[in-house]
Design a protein. Structure first.
Length: 291
């Protein structure tokens, strides 16, 4: 199933590479949150795979943790790994690795993958037993405001609408995908980051600067009508402006955590191994001062 045009994803990133740092605030924020989660893991990671390196944003956040791990930086676009140590140009849908990593991290990269279950299997195979996978990707509520504004504008001006905003992953399915890919102890949670802009045009300009422009395979080809663009921006302002006139943009971030299986890991109890029935536990008198 081909949802995204991966060649378009690569081109968008290559065009954005030169000025990416000026638009990297969302990646820097999410990379910092991923690094904070690693502070809760009492383990040193000697070999790290940074999937979707984006000029080393994630590596810089990890550097604040101390240590000197060996990091392999991977990105679909060569300019975004140029000059980084351990740089590899590769597609997340066809990773050239088979084991050896203690940690695989990915900051806002996997929402552009056509076959997410297949990519997760490859990531799990790139890990050593008991290695950790920690990734953040954009979820289904991301840019809901922009999607609504484009839909309304195209119907009004052109009499029909095409896909303008990517169909992002549903965070509710992420845990099942991790299990399906063979990860142990999967954990998934979602968060929302709200950013304000002067207007919708500034938001769209920022998305292009991030390399996050529309790459849906069935997107409309050719240029956007000026009238449609201006109407979409007007609708956005009418529906999603704050009291100060700035417009809101929502980014839903889905964070996925899983471990490559290992015999020493905590295992769930086998069905039927409980020593007390639930009915008996519920029937017990509560301790003094409760209930």
């Amino acid at each position: 199933m081909r949802v995204f045009d991966r060649e378009a994803v690569r081109r968008h990133r290559e065009r954005a590479a030169a000025a990416f740092d000026a638009h990297a605030f969302l990646f820097e924020e999410v990379a910092g949150r991923i690094a904070d989660r690693l502070d809760d893991v009492r383990r040193d990671f000697a070999r790290i795979l940074d999937l979707g390196a984006r000029g080393g944003v994630m590596a810089r956040a990890l550097g604040a943790r101390g240590g000197r791990p060996f990091v392999v930086h991977v990105d679909l676009a060569e300019p975004l790994v140029r000059g980084l140590p351990g740089a590899v140009v590769a597609d997340a849908e066809a990773l050239p690795f088979a084991g050896g990593f203690d940690l695989v991290v990915s900051c806002l990269d996997l929402h552009w993958v056509n076959d997410l279950p297949g990519a997760l299997v490859q990531i799990r195979r790139a890990l050593r037993p008991d290695g950790l996978f920690l990734a953040a990707l954009l979820g289904g509520d991301t840019l809901a405001e922009l999607r609504e504004a484009w839909l309304a504008a195209e119907i009004e001006i052109e009499g029909g609408a095409g896909p303008r905003v990517s169909p992002f992953a549903d965070g509710r399915d992420a845990g099942a995908l991790l299990q399906r890919a063979g990860f142990a102890l999967p954990v998934v949670d979602t968060d929302r980051i709200t950013v304000t802009y002067a207007d919708a045009i500034a938001l769209m300009r920022d998305l292009r600067g991030m390399g996050e422009a529309n790459a849906v395979a069935l997107r409309r080809r050719g240029g956007t009508r000026r009238a449609t663009l201006l109407r979409a921006a007007a609708i956005y302002g009418e529906r999603f402006a704050d009291a100060d006139g700035r417009v809101r943009a929502t980014f839903e971030v889905v964070t996925m955590t899983g471990w490559a299986p290992h015999a020493a890991q905590q295992q769930p109890l086998k069905p039927g191994s409980a020593t007390m029935r639930l009915a008996d536990a519920l029937a017990r008198d509560p301790p003094p001062g409760h209930g």
